[in-house]
Design a protein around this ligand. Structure first.
Ligand SMILES: [Fe+2]
Length: 242
């Protein structure tokens, strides 16, 4: 593959807000201690990010977070921050769309949203899209836009037409930057580049759980065509998440 960049770190994250990560300490499988969060923030700065919106898991089986538990962890991080020139001014969540999500929805709409009323959602890696479509419909009825995290990682969705269909139903799609490195396997990497070629990604995120994930991102290499697609996503993201 033609390498557009040589030895220097590619400035492909310059000016971005990371809208998918597990920066907050102690509430999911991301950072354990607040010191880990600080190491992540250092790595973000090195990559050129200007803002991070933490999105811990809300997943009843494994990480049953609530707006209160997320706020407590956010406060711990905020209280430990000095005058870092990277902003962490709000938080959201990554919601697992399962039976419990749908049951909770009956009582109350999800509250931990990204700016512009966007709800970051995921499904089980081997799941199908039936429940996802149902959730998307209900979210949109409440004026909330569903953003599907890492579509390239779902082994249950292999026909790429499905992603165009989801977009037709009001979903937005978020690329995991680590997918482009083969971090989740070569099949996921190939699928990510195909979705990118089709111009279906709206936004990108790191889904970083620890500083090492961010260090890996320095290795991303894109050819000219891929870089154009990337830049389109990056510019949209800078415009939508300030
Ligand atoms: Fe995630």
């Amino acid at each position: 593959m033609f390498s557009f960049f040589n030895k220097t770190s590619p400035p492909i994250f310059e000016g971005l807000c990371d809208i998918h990560n597990h920066l907050l300490p102690g509430i999911d499988d991301g950072c354990k201690e607040v010191q880990d969060s600080h190491r992540m923030l250092e790595a973000y700065k090195e990559l050129g990010f200007v803002q991070v919106i933490p999105t811990p898991h809300v997943y009843s089986e494994l990480y049953p977070n609530t707006p209160q538990s997320v706020k407590s962890s956010f406060d711990v991080l905020q209280d430990s921050m000095g005058s870092e020139n990277i902003q962490v001014k709000r938080y959201a969540a990554e919601y697992m769309v399962d039976e419990q999500f749908m049951a909770d929805f009956e009582q109350r709409s999800p509250e931990l949203l990204l700016p512009n009323n966007i709800c970051l959602v995921e499904i089980h890696f081997f799941g199908n899209t039936q429940i996802l479509e149902q959730a998307g419909f209900q979210l949109l009825q409440q004026g909330i836009k569903p953003l599907l995290a890492h579509p390239e990682r779902y082994h249950g969705i292999n026909d790429l037409k499905k992603f165009s269909e989801l977009k037709g139903r009001g979903f937005k799609l978020q690329l995991n930057a680590l997918s482009l490195l083969g971090h989740y396997g070569d099949d996921v990497k190939q699928k990510a580049f195909k979705i990118m070629d089709l111009g279906l990604y709206d936004y990108l995120g790191t889904d970083a759980h620890r500083p090492g994930h961010l260090h890996l991102l320095k290795e991303i290499r894109l050819n000219k065509k891929q870089l154009l697609s990337w830049e389109e996503i990056r510019e949209r993201q800078i415009a939508d998440f300030r």
